[in-house]
Design a protein around this ligand. Structure first.
Ligand SMILES: [Zn+2]
Length: 248
């Protein structure tokens, strides 16, 4: 049985509403954004989709829930990487309207339980998603919540983690073919505390000292670490799904 909503036929979607299991829909969100000289532009929604697929499979036999994944929203608010080829940004209102429209269309059909799953952390992007879920009552996997950050790797906790060991490990776990090995090997660690840089008012990668559009230590990435991080992110998402499913 598929876990992808858009692979169903219309009558099959109709049956979800009358079944014994409450349908919960997941909306993976990312960005099209440079991730160093080695990582794919699609890194963020690849991670979001990977977490959604694992959560859907983990809950596949749940007697009370039926979890399905909506087509991913690959575009986000991505201005920090504007100096590099391949950054494709949408405006806040575009992202907001897309999330709200998807949410409201589905709710009008009776799908009231939706969770937005995001792994692109530019502040304006995150603020827009938080506003969209607050205004529509959708659920949100908030990886940046303090309690969640504490469960993730040392690099993620250090906030020096764009296209670094954390994200590159996740890509290696699911799509190693998309990592440029030649560009990755020997890439030096570039320590940039992004949270501190942003707090100091710097709002693009070059000003932050990310001359090659990454920070952290991508050369230390491993598929094993990626699988372990996916496990942790899946734990978090399953908790949110169960929480959202309890709502009326
Ligand atoms: Zn990323």
């Amino acid at each position: 049985m598929t876990v992808h909503f858009a692979e169903l036929t219309s009558p099959q979607v109709g049956e979800l509403l009358t079944g014994a299991r409450r349908p919960v829909l997941l909306l993976p969100v990312g960005s099209v954004e440079p991730h160093g000289p080695h990582g794919p532009l699609c890194t963020d929604h690849l991670i979001s989709t990977g977490v959604c697929e694992r959560a859907a499979h983990r809950l596949a036999d749940d007697p009370d829930l039926r979890v399905l994944i909506l087509p991913a929203l690959p575009y986000g608010v991505t201005r920090y990487a504007a100096a590099f080829p391949g950054a494709v940004s949408v405006r806040e209102e575009t992202l907001y309207n897309l999330v709200v429209d998807v949410r409201e269309t589905l709710a009008a059909q009776g799908f009231h339980h939706l969770v937005v799953v995001n792994n692109h952390f530019e502040p304006e992007h995150v603020a827009t998603l938080r506003r969209a879920v607050r205004d529509t009552g959708a659920g949100y996997l908030d990886v940046l919540r303090r309690a969640n950050v504490a469960r993730l790797t040392a690099e993620f906790r250090s906030s020096s983690c764009h296209g670094g060991r954390y994200e590159t490990s996740l890509v290696l776990a699911d799509r190693p073919d998309l990592v440029d090995d030649g560009a990755l090997s020997g890439l030096p660690e570039n320590h940039v505390d992004m949270a501190a840089e942003m707090a100091a008012g710097r709002a693009d990668f070059l000003a932050m000292g990310m001359e090659r559009a990454y920070c952290g230590a991508p050369a230390e990435a491993t598929a094993d670490e990626g699988l372990s991080t996916f496990d942790t992110l899946t734990d978090m998402l399953v908790e949110v799904v169960r929480d959202v499913a309890r709502r009326p």
